[in-house]
Ligand binder design. Structure first.
Ligand SMILES: [Zn+2]
Ligand SMILES: [Zn+2]
Ligand SMILES: [Zn+2]
Length: 288
């Protein structure tokens, strides 16, 4: 829910008024309702019927005009399927055939070959217009398993820290190879210093020399586990980090050990897709 026809947000609107109007409009209490930092309100309804009624609401009072719209990402889920039969068939054609199974987007995972050409590997990322991911689907007469799609951790290209992008970064620019202040003048200039990763250096856990792109780095491994929590439990990064810490406090099996044994999970190994692009690049160019 966001405010309309006003420079104000919903931050200062009475919580009692909000609850009264939402409950009245939805016909009963909704699942959750919370004010976001940007002044909007995030509502989770108990069912589709409540949502249908709420999107018609245009004001909370004669002076507070609002608009309620469907959340752009929380109502979608992404899954990965493997099918050699679909190699060679265009994404648009696959989408047309799978629309009746709630698929809204089809992206093939392509792998870059030595000669810079892109090759299909049979993996396809599908977006479904549903809150929970189906476990299997039909491709023609065949039944195919769907695994959750876990995006790679998001690392800032400027400061090399996780969880935000370059555009909003206020930190100093750091060399991705040696963890010193950024020093190579041109984009293509190679740093020849001893490899170091700023996240590990700062936490004093750099047990072997490696740079920002290293996928065995303990911080990268931890970030991957946080991504699993964000994706599967549909929580924000802050909540995922606290969940991760809670689960790793005791000496039982780590969350990574638990998820590794979960065969239904699409784990990101050599064939991992990039988060925002579908091209798997060589390690030193992997998305940051
Ligand atoms: Zn940054
Ligand atoms: Zn450097
Ligand atoms: Zn590291």
């Amino acid at each position: 829910m966001c405010r309309k026809f006003s420079n104000d947000t919903l931050a200062n609107v009475s919580p009692f008024l909000i609850k009264k109007v939402i409950d009245y409009t939805a016909g009963s209490e909704v699942e959750t309702c919370k004010k976001l930092r940007n002044g909007n309100i995030l509502i989770k309804t108990k069912n589709y019927n409540q949502a249908e009624k709420l999107v018609k609401l245009v004001s909370l009072s004669p002076t507070v005009h609002i608009e309620i719209s469907e959340h752009t990402s929380l109502n979608l889920t992404k899954g990965v399927i493997h099918s050699n039969d679909l190699r060679g068939i265009k994404e648009e054609e696959i989408l047309d055939e799978l629309r009746n199974q709630n698929v809204t987007e089809v992206k093939k995972i392509l792998k870059e070959e030595n000669n810079d050409s892109l090759k299909e590997i049979g993996l396809i990322i599908l977006t479904f217009s549903s809150i929970s991911l189906p476990t299997e689907m039909s491709i023609g007469y065949e039944k195919i398993k769907i695994r959750p799609y876990i995006p790679l951790p998001l690392r800032c290209k400027k400061c090399q820290r996780y969880g935000h992008i370059e555009k909003i970064c206020k930190n100093a620019k750091i060399c991705p190879n040696c963890a010193n202040e950024f020093h190579t003048s041109e984009d293509n200039a190679e740093c020849v210093n001893i490899k170091s990763f700023v996240n590990c250096k700062e936490n004093g856990i750099q047990t072997y020399n490696h740079n920002s792109y290293d996928q065995k780095c303990p911080i990268f491994v931890r970030e991957k586990e946080i991504q699993v929590i964000i994706t599967l439990e549909k929580v924000d990064r802050r909540k995922a980090i606290s969940t991760y810490k809670e689960r790793n406090q005791y000496s039982g099996p780590s969350y990574s050990a638990v998820t590794r044994n979960n065969s239904a999970l699409y784990s990101q190994t050599q064939e991992s897709p990039a988060q925002s692009s579908t091209v798997t690049k060589p390690i030193n160019q992997q998305r940051q």
